[in-house]
Design a protein. Sequence first.
Length: 278
Amino acid sequence: MLKGLLKYFLLSGVVIFLFACGGELKGVAAHDNCPENVVCDTVYTDLQAYSFVIFSGKNKLDTVTAMTDEMTCDIEDFYFRCTWKKVYRDFVAVYSADGLSKKRRYVSEDSVVHEKVEIKRVDTIFVNYGKFRKVDYIPPYVETPKLDKKKLRDVFDTVTVGPYEYREGEFYGATDNFLSYYEFDGYGLPDWAGISSYENSISYDENGVAHVSVEYVMSNVVVKNYPLTLKRYNSHIYTFLDGPLERDTTVMWTAYYTDLYGVRDSTEITTVFTMKKE
């Protein structure tokens, strides 16, 4: 089955687009069909895009496509690396049904109807699939190590709360960091507690080779590198309080964890919040 998937993507010329915010990713330009008795003022914008296939799960291939103003690629004879830098903006671009052209009709002083047509024509660079691919390389599927649930429960077992050294009158507590290849979030924790999960500065590929962080978020900018590599996350439970706990509090909640490919699972956790003994 896997060989069939690889063959399909290498030989097929079909493009499946993963659309980003704002509708920036497009396919082949549509024909400019000008209505009868209308003068079409057409402006063409020639753009380029990179497109490649990667594993998005076990035995599952998907296509990633982005414009060259957002993605840069280094394509070697037997390998490729791409970096996608996506800037999320606070507006929505409106396109016509073909997804490529924007039209605005107006009437000139001599009563001639004009149609202003903007068409984006995209030249797609097919990195690793299709007839005109640049390289016969599909990054292998990376198996995420199994979550050690016993160790997770041991680390998340107890939060010891004490005076917060940076703010008088406030109290803070946290577990040790749990280091894993999963990003965590939780459901069922009280309002005064939470879970923090952030990427470790070092990541590891399928061969265990260390790399700097492969993905980060800065303001409204997200940077993601391909091929995907394993990322390690530091996760811990914490609490901020305006006053001391009146008594030990036991909370049963659900920890959700997400792997490299976005596959999400969950496990039940019990955490005791207790005051630091003087």
